[in-house]
Design a protein around this ligand. Sequence first.
Ligand SMILES: *Cc1c(COP(=O)(O)O)cnc(C)c1O
Length: 305
Amino acid sequence: MENTPIQFLDTEQENALYIKRDDLIPYSFGGNKARKACLFFEEIDKGAYDCVVTYGSSHSNHCRIVSNMAAARGKKCYLIGPEEVSDTTFNSKLMQCFGAEIITVPVENVHETIEEQLHKLKKSGKKPYFIPGGGHGNLGTQAYVNCYNEIKEYEKANHIFFEYIFFASGTGTTQAGLICGQIENADNDRKIIGISIARRNPRGRNVVVDSVEEYMGNCNKEKVENNTIFIDNYIGHGYGKENEEIEDTIRAAMVKYGIPLDSTYTGKAFQGMKKYIAENNIKNKNILFIHTGGTPLFFDDLRRM
Ligand SMILES: *Cc1c(COP(=O)(O)O)cnc(C)c1O
């Protein structure tokens, strides 16, 4: 994969704000789920797998990308999702268009349904590959170690150093990868700040710490704890819940920069970042926002705006 572009965006409260466009990864509307899925499908291509099983809601960027990659290979894709979030969205329309088999069950039954589905497939002689929701796990983490190294390359080539990196943090895999990259490169002078879009602390933060430790194996636990900054102050009304302020942020970003944000992830994180900068009186720094994708969700928002 080619490095995604980093561009200067704006002066933000006396800081220089840059944006890394992972939304422009050239596959199925891009995003962090595309970056992760590429690595999962490298494994799938190496093995003799004939179908893919994963989970996520009808809003899931992950399910869109995985079902696209599976369809491109002529492999059946099974998507297990919660009944509670199964309304029609642009992502769910795309999943249908890729011929995925969508199995919706009450959220408390998701786990056992996955197990049953895998069991059923194996019993009928199939060889399914299971991808954890959101592309969680060491391969997903690896994808964002790679992203971190792209940022390092950009810094070297352009003689710049980003003191802060912000992005939307959900399952924490994106954040875990960035932190692993930071630790591997011994970059102690920057803060990597995940803006939670749903999870509260301590759980949200602990999941990131666990993912870092799982990926790095033997590592300095204190360092991992210190480097993991997971901010749960800007969740608003919860996962996927927009509010007027986020809507304004989305409209302004589209008008001013021509960049689509969405109310579930990037819009919420972008707004959270601005507040964090103000509340912590950050000035005269180079700040990088990672656009983690979700463009189909922007269009869902647009219909409501
Ligand atoms: C899934 C997702 C995230 C969160 O990524 P995690 O690695 O799960 O923390 C952020 N932004 C977008 C657009 C996503 O689809």
